[in-house]
Write a protein that binds this ligand. Structure first.
Ligand code: ATP
Length: 494
């Protein structure tokens, strides 16, 4: 025994040396591992089989806003509850007993992709969970921006395919009243003042709105239209202002940009503004005044620069009296009022419109159609309660149903012909005056001749664009037309 102990003591110096070397080796390995731990591209986080934090990279400060010493020793369950990270990858890996990939949000507002791997001992117990967390905040933001762009594109596509847009329609007019209106429109394109277009249904309010946009310098900026009467109130709000994710049951996962966002830097055409619900009128007024609004369920205001063109066929003053339209919104919209007269008050437009639609439908249906003079006279004298829309529909109808190349009176719907019978007036001659007792008044023949001349010259003037055409139509020479126009005060005074 004595011999043996002396033998060990003989070897002590060399054993000490060996141990020292091994300790140094371990120390170097630990230092290397620590360096890898701290400098790995992913932030590493190690917990034990109960979820207690054992070790964490020094970069944890950036991701979770905590120093390593504040985390080490703490349970991941406790940290998750405090919202340091949500959800805990370690907890999920322990629950599922296998490697998991999750997206984690941190209290610092970061988005992490975490791969959590459980390590098992020889008896298959989980002794460690190693998490590698990668900061995805930037790429997540990019993804959100991409989604936003996709939504914008969807919105634009939606608008482009939305039925009822008629930006292809040319604006046709010859009357003085329309000429006065149209002449100011190009100037409106250069300013961003709000325009309110009023007029009966079908007079061409939307065509005028298109014209303003197309004749403005920013005509390639968005021009978005919405009909406030055709969409239920709840839907109208989300269409106009958009919503955040989860704002209401059925709201899309990613939220949605509204038309105000889509129309940014461009024009939003609010058709049938008179039908906008009161609650939304307030929200619209705020956008007009402050240039900002919030999406439904949103917290942060969104700034937009949108030019508003609104249109209505209702009497907004009346609606204000009935407390159905906000007076302050009316004033804010009515900066540039445009009132389009009904077609019956601008008969000079009827013939060029007929010609325009006749050409359009003839070429659309691949037919060559002309109207008889009787038909033209009748259509010119009709009162067009549905205005240009009705005229367009009638022209389409008679082009389609007439068998012959020349469209004659038989093809005209009877309600148009009957309207003259009811009024006891002939579309082919001037209106008959009635005396105070209701009987037809007799006027001197000379005056009757003058009235007839004046009437037919006016009618020819509506159909023709120059004196030569008028002379041809009336079967006289140009100087006669000119002289008679002067006589009846029908020449432009300008
Ligand atoms: N001056 C015009 N020139 C050519 N087409 C016109 C003109 N005015 C109206 N139209 C046509 O008549 C139809 C009705 O016009 P529009 O939709 O602009 O009327 P609106 O006043 O906006 O009607 P509503 O009040 O019912 O919305 C459209 O097909 C349009 O293209």
């Amino acid at each position: 025994m004595k011999q043996a102990s002396s033998h060990i003591s003989d070897r002590m110096p060399s054993l000490n040396n060996q141990l020292k070397q091994e300790v140094e080796l371990y120390q170097t390995a630990i230092d290397d591992l620590q360096a890898i731990f701290d400098n790995s591209y992913d932030v590493l986080y190690v917990a034990d089989g109960k979820g207690k934090t054992l070790r964490v990279s020094s970069a944890c400060q950036v991701l979770w806003g905590e120093e390593p010493e504040d985390l080490i020793g703490k349970s991941v369950y406790e940290l998750e509850e405090k919202g340091i990270f949500q959800p805990s990858a370690t907890r999920i890996a322990l629950e599922q007993g296998k490697k998991v990939h999750i997206i984690q949000r941190t209290k610092e507002g970061r988005t992490l992709m975490v791969v959590s791997t459980p390590i098992r001992d020889s008896e298959d117990n989980i002794t460690r969970v190693v998490n590698a967390s990668r900061d995805m905040t930037e790429s997540h933001k990019l993804e959100e921006e991409l989604n936003e762009m996709k939504m914008l594109i969807d919105g634009y596509r939606n608008q482009l395919s939305r039925p009822g847009t008629n930006s292809q329609d040319k604006l046709i007019y010859r009357s003085r009243s329309m000429n006065d209106i149209i002449s100011i429109l190009p100037r409106l394109g250069t300013v961003d003042s709000t325009v309110l277009i009023t007029g009966d249904s079908g007079v061409g309010k939307e065509v005028v709105a298109n014209y303003i946009h197309e004749n403005s310098p920013g005509d390639d900026n968005p021009f978005i239209k919405i009909n406030c009467a055709s969409i239920p109130e709840a839907l109208l709000e989300s269409e106009l202002f958009g919503y955040e994710q989860g704002a209401f049951t059925g709201a899309g996962k990613k939220g949605k940009a509204g038309l105000f966002e889509l129309a940014n830097e461009g024009t939003l055409f609010l058709d049938e503004i008179g039908d906008m619900p009161l609650q939304l009128q307030g929200k619209l007024l705020r956008v007009l005044q402050e240039g900002e609004f919030m999406r439904i369920g949103g917290q942060k205001p969104i700034h937009v620069k949108v030019r508003i063109i609104a249109a209505t066929n209702q009497n907004l003053e009346e609606k204000i009296k009935e407390n159905l339209f906000r007076r302050d919104l009316f004033y804010r919209l009515n900066v540039i009022p445009i009132d389009i007269p009904p077609l019956r008050d601008r008969k000079e437009d009827i013939f060029p419109l007929i010609q325009h639609f006749l050409e359009g439908f003839s070429s659309k249906f691949n037919m060559k159609k002309v109207l008889s003079q009787d038909v033209i006279n009748l259509l010119e004298e009709y009162s067009w309660p549905g205005n240009v829309r009705e005229l367009k529909n009638i022209v389409e109808r008679i082009v389609v149903i007439s068998n012959s190349q020349e469209i004659n009176l038989e093809t005209i719907p009877s309600y148009i012909k009957d309207s003259f019978v009811k009024q006891k007036k002939s579309p082919l001659i001037f209106h008959e005056d009635r005396g105070s007792n209701g009987s037809e008044s007799i006027i001197p023949l000379k005056e009757a001749v003058m009235q007839t001349e004046s009437h037919f010259i006016q009618r020819a003037a509506r159909q023709c664009s120059n004196l030569t055409q008028m002379a041809q139509l009336l079967g006289v020479n140009q100087s006669t037309v000119s002289r008679k126009m002067q006589k009846y005060g029908l020449l432009d005074k300008e």
